[in-house]
Ligand binder design. Sequence first.
Ligand SMILES: Cc1cc2nc3c(=O)[nH]c(=O)nc-3n(C[C@H](O)[C@H](O)[C@H](O)COP(=O)(O)OP(=O)(O)OC[C@H]3O[C@@H](n4cnc5c(N)ncnc54)[C@H](O)[C@@H]3O)c2cc1C
Length: 458
Amino acid sequence: MDKTSSAEKPIRPYTPEGIRQDEKHARKVARVADQLRNRRSTAPLSRQKRVVSHQVPKVHDKKHTDEKVNLLDFDEVIEIDVDRRICIAEPGVPFCKLVDKTLAVGLVPIVVPELKTITIGGAVAGCSIESMSFQHGGFHDTCLEYEIITASGDVLTCTPGNDHALIFQMMHGSFGTVGILSRLVFRLIPAKRYVHITHEKHTSIDSYLESIRSHYERKDVEFMDGIIHSNTQLTLCVGDFVDEAPYTNRYDWLKVYYQSTAKRSEDYFETPHYFFRYDQGVTNVHPKSFLGRLLLGKFLGSSEILRIAEKARWLLLNDERPDVTVDTFLPFSRLKEFLLWYEKDFGHFPLWCVPYRRVHDYEWLADGFWKGFDDELMVDIAIYGMRQKGDTNYYRLMETKLQELHGIKTLISYNYYPEEEFWQIFNRPNFDKVKAITDPNNIFRNLYEKTCRASMGQ
Ligand SMILES: Cc1cc2nc3c(=O)[nH]c(=O)nc-3n(C[C@H](O)[C@H](O)[C@H](O)COP(=O)(O)OP(=O)(O)OC[C@H]3O[C@@H](n4cnc5c(N)ncnc54)[C@H](O)[C@@H]3O)c2cc1C
């Protein structure tokens, strides 16, 4: 797809009402900043956004009853600078809308999480990843600047090089505890119309790991992720943007992408259909049966399923014995040990596997965490929708095993860490430094209170 010439580039477009996008944004920021400045209460505050949240829904999550700050209208792309390959957008923009807008000028975000309605703000605060992460890290690592509204209504511009560098870095993985992200500036890359993927089949963990390492070192592909159907049936999906395609597939109704990786040797997609190939659920697809998908599949993407679970949580969910949905990050050198242990103690497959480059030693993790290993490459192993068996708390089992392997789990679901243990993994001194500036009264809660206590109704 040709890059649009600079004469056509949509810089600072006007809204249908004739207002410049950046002015419209400034009015929204002023409204929220006023609300915070004039707020007398120090009771916890949660965000209200337009699209559904991709945190695992929990019956007793305190966010349902907290007072809200209204961010419903923070969902616009403010500017796409085609020449500099930079986009400025509000945090509530979902990736499907962003890809639509950027692809129209031949560009795409560098890291596009696989579910259509993950938002760019949520991707930063909740650590989103995808198949370009083996080169670029997370979406946060492609960001250049954040505008942040503090709990007292101050508006800060934070970059990796200015006085607010630590706030910039700590917004990643903060799960909303550091302040309100109100605008992001991030990089884009050129895209082509199609994506071609090869499904490499491996029958041993060793050969799978060797192939990941080799692609990572040779940089001979643009995309890399995989589905581990079992420890003897592992598929690595590698590929590139291409200009031509002999056919294309899409996986948003009857066909299920992760299943196709066991059968097909290659595949072609229109670029947006590649990005959102897992939108019906990565390895935990709903509806599960062919008949169910035939009747309902067209109407049930990941957002609709999460919305139903959120609304009917009292009926559908069980906070006592929740299914296991969790992303783990491990040093690549410990992956074999992890998979052998996992097969014995969990035994739930398939797993989603996303190699992830250690582009930056994130400040929100404790110093001791990074000192524990030398790997340049990490890997995200995602377990989605495993029923817990017997009396074992599989979340806690994972938390303890990961510490032995120098891994972490993301905080999107159920977390059982004792507080002292939690702060050996996450960087309390850095959170305290940043919160002293952005949220001294703790109205956004601290990371432990929010993800290990309030989310579980405590
Ligand atoms: C079933 C399931 C499947 C998933 N699959 C994938 C996947 O395929 N790829 C992937 O990369 N990730 C996946 N994730 C994880 C997902 O990327 C993260 O949960 C991400 O944070 C979701 O973003 P969201 O836009 O839904 O944000 P939300 O869930 O709404 O928010 C995430 C966190 O960010 C905070 N936040 C949101 N907006 C702001 C803001 N403006 N300012 C400050 N804080 C804010 C919220 O308070 C919250 O703590 C999955 C999660 C689930 C539950």
